[in-house]
Structures are given as C-alpha cells and as structure tokens.
Design a protein around this ligand. Structure first.
Ligand code: NAP
Length: 340
C-alpha cells in the first residue's frame, strides 16, 4: 500500500502543485481543506492535470481550530504543511496573519509528532531568511540566515512566516526530532495555474496583463517556479540528506519593469498593457498613505536580495526552471483561463 502524506493547504496555488507532485510520485495524499465544500473542485482540478486521484482523500482542518488534527495525521508516514495565509494587503491587525501561521504550524506539527510521522516538510519562505537585514548587503542569503525581527520594520507576512518557521524548529527540537524536519524557503512563486484562482503571487501577473500597473514601483523580486517548489517538497520527504535542513529557492532579481519587459516580449498580444515607466520611490511612499496594498513594499523599494539555491538544486538533481519561463507560464495560464 502507498505511503500516506497529510498535506495541508491542498486548495492553494502551491498546495495543488505539491499534491500533483506527490500523487505522481505514487503517494496516497490526504489533503486538508478549510471546508470539504472545495473537495470536488480540487479533485477535478488535479484529475485534469493528469493525477491519479484514486489516491487522493480529503480532511477538513482549520489552522485556527483544534478539531480533526490528530485523526487526520493518524496512519500518515509523512506530513507536508503548506497552509498559511498569504495576503497582498497588510491587515490592520498583524495577528490576522501571524496567529494562523504560528498556531497552524503548532497544530500540524504536534499532530504529526503524535502520529509519529517519519518526516515533516514545512513550506516557509524567503521571508523567514532575508528580511530585516542591512539593505546594502550584496552577498546571497543562505540557509544559515534568519530574518531579523528586531531590526528594520518588516511586514506582517514576513513576521508570520519567520515566527512560524522558528516555532517549527523549536517544536521539533523539543521532541528530539530536529533532524526529521525539512524546510523549503521559496522566493516569489510563479508558474502555471492549475485552476482559476490566481492567488496572491500570480495575481501580480494578472494585474500586469490587465494593464493595472501602468507605472511600476521599484519592487525587485527573486523568482522560483511552482513546479520546482512542489518537486522540492516531494524530494525533501524521502531525500536521505534533507532532514534537519532549510532549502532557499529563488533565482535572479527582477524589477517590475524588467518583468514587464519579459512579458512584453514573450506575450506580445499584451505588450501594450505593460508598465511604461518606473515610479520614483518618494511617490510610492506617498501613494502608500492611501493604498494599503503598497504598504508591504515601501521599505523594500530598490532592495535587491539574492538567494543561494545551491542546496535545492542538489536536492532536485537538476537546474531550476528559469524565472522567465515561470513568468511566461503564469501569464499563459491566466490568459487560457480567461483571468486576464
Ligand atoms: P494560497 O494559494 O493562498 O494558499 C494558501 C493555502 O492556505 C490555501 O489552501 C488556504 O486555504 C490555506 N489556508 C489559509 N488560511 C487557512 C486557515 N485558517 N485554515 C486552513 N487553511 C488555511 O497561497 P500560496 O501562494 O499557494 O502559498 C502556499 C504556501 O507557500 C504558504 O505557506 C506561503 O506562505 C508559502 N509561500 C508562498 C509564496 C508565493 O509567492 N506564493 C512564496 C513563498 C512562500 P483556502 O483555500 O481555504 O483559503
């Protein structure tokens, strides 16, 4: 019988791709949903993507509630915890992001530890590695780096991911199981959509394709393809050397103007929608007084952060998909789904 993986957040952009990678690798997947009402949609979506959904089952779990976690983890050999709130807009109360991230990690890992899963793979983020540091740093960030929550102010999302990952390592250490946790730390995730929900990161490409960003703030992104991030989750489950480690994943540093230039060239039918000029930083800071969605980025304008992805490349045994291909795949699937 196939090994069962409890996968939280199966309805998400990344969660769907992780489910696909795990099903394609032969696992039985127990995917968690906030509400079982989404089960048919997720099953149909994964079947359309070519997965054998006879090995897919669902459980209802909420990051903010105790109900169901222990039963969900029973009989599972592995736990993959991807669920966490991702928001483009800063909430008025930062705990709206931090509580589900941290408490959800506690619930997932405690249930996994109680069920004696062999390995836990946690989706963290570059946000837990590279924020709060000297803005002038040019050397790539590695697995040894941690976001500094006591330095320059960071967004609620950055704090949520940093505190959640810290908590995961604490819990595993307290259980004497540190070497059974593998953490994936992706940069900005793009790539093909499996369904019609663009999510937060691909939502940025949707805005560009619709002409919603006529002038671009100097926001600079390191990029990774969702297919690589999903493959890394699957590889980290079984990889002999993956336990006890963090895997930063992200390549290049692309400004929104450069992303616009790539899409102008590769998706020529939307060329006229791409930003035509870059906004001065002072102007973005003024706009952020009125537009909450800009507040996450005002401290980041023009800041370049590079990631050292060499450990993830070794884990996968191949190069990462080029950022340009991840961007184009997002754009093409948005257009194909009629979302842009
Ligand atoms: P997404 O599409 O918004 O998926 C988030 C998932 O978390 C959804 O399945 C969502 O369920 C679930 N979730 C949120 N709050 C929940 C709650 N209270 N209880 C139960 N489930 C809850 O986001 P994503 O981009 O795929 O992100 C997935 C993971 O990757 C997150 O841990 C995120 O921090 C991390 N990550 C993302 C990026 C990126 O650029 N996208 C980069 C680095 C790391 P519903 O469907 O019910 O909302």
């Amino acid at each position: 019988m196939a090994d069962t993986v409890l996968l939280t957040g199966v309805s998400g952009f990344l969660g769907g791709h992780v489910a696909l990678a795990l099903l394609n690798a032969g696992y039985q997947v127990r995917g968690s949903l906030r509400s079982l009402g989404k089960a048919d949609h997720v099953r149909t979506t994964l079947a359309k993507a070519g997965a054998d959904v006879s090995r897919l089952e669902f459980v209802a779990l909420n990051l903010l509630g105790d109900q169901g976690w222990e039963a969900a983890a029973q009989g599972c050999r592995y736990l993959v915890h991807t669920a966490s709130p991702v928001a483009a807009r800063m909430p008025t109360d930062k705990m709206e992001l931090i509580r589900p991230a941290v408490e959800g990690t506690e619930r997932a890992l405690n249930a996994g530890l109680k069920a004696k899963v062999e390995r836990v793979v946690l989706t963290s983020s570059m946000a837990a590695i590279a924020a709060g540091h000297d803005l002038a740093r040019t050397t790539p960030f590695t697995a040894a780096d941690w976001t500094n929550l006591n330095g320059r102010p960071v967004s609620a999302y950055v704090e949520s991911k940093t505190r959640a990952e810290r908590r995961a390592w604490e819990l595993m250490k307290a259980a004497g199981r540190e070497s059974d946790l593998a953490v994936i730390n992706p940069a900005y995730i793009f790539g093909p959509l499996l369904d019609e929900d663009p999510g937060t990161s691909v939502g940025l490409i949707a805005r560009l394709l619709k002409g919603g960003i006529p002038a671009a703030p100097r926001m600079i992104l390191s990029i990774v393809d969702v297919r690589d991030v999903a493959a890394a989750h699957a590889a980290a489950l079984s990889g002999a050397n993956a336990g006890g480690r963090r895997f930063p994943m992200g390549e290049g540093s692309f400004s929104l103007m450069q992303i616009g230039d790539i899409l102008r060239r590769r998706v020529p039918e939307r060329a006229d929608k791409m930003p035509r000029r870059e906004l001065p930083d002072w102007f973005v800071r003024v706009l952020a007084l009125f537009d909450r969605s800009l507040r996450n980025i005002t401290g980041e304008l023009g800041v370049i952060r590079r990631l050292d992805s060499s450990d993830a490349i070794a884990l996968l045994g191949r190069k990462l998909i080029a950022p340009e291909e991840a961007l184009v795949a997002s754009a093409q699937s948005l257009i194909a789904q009629g979302l842009a």
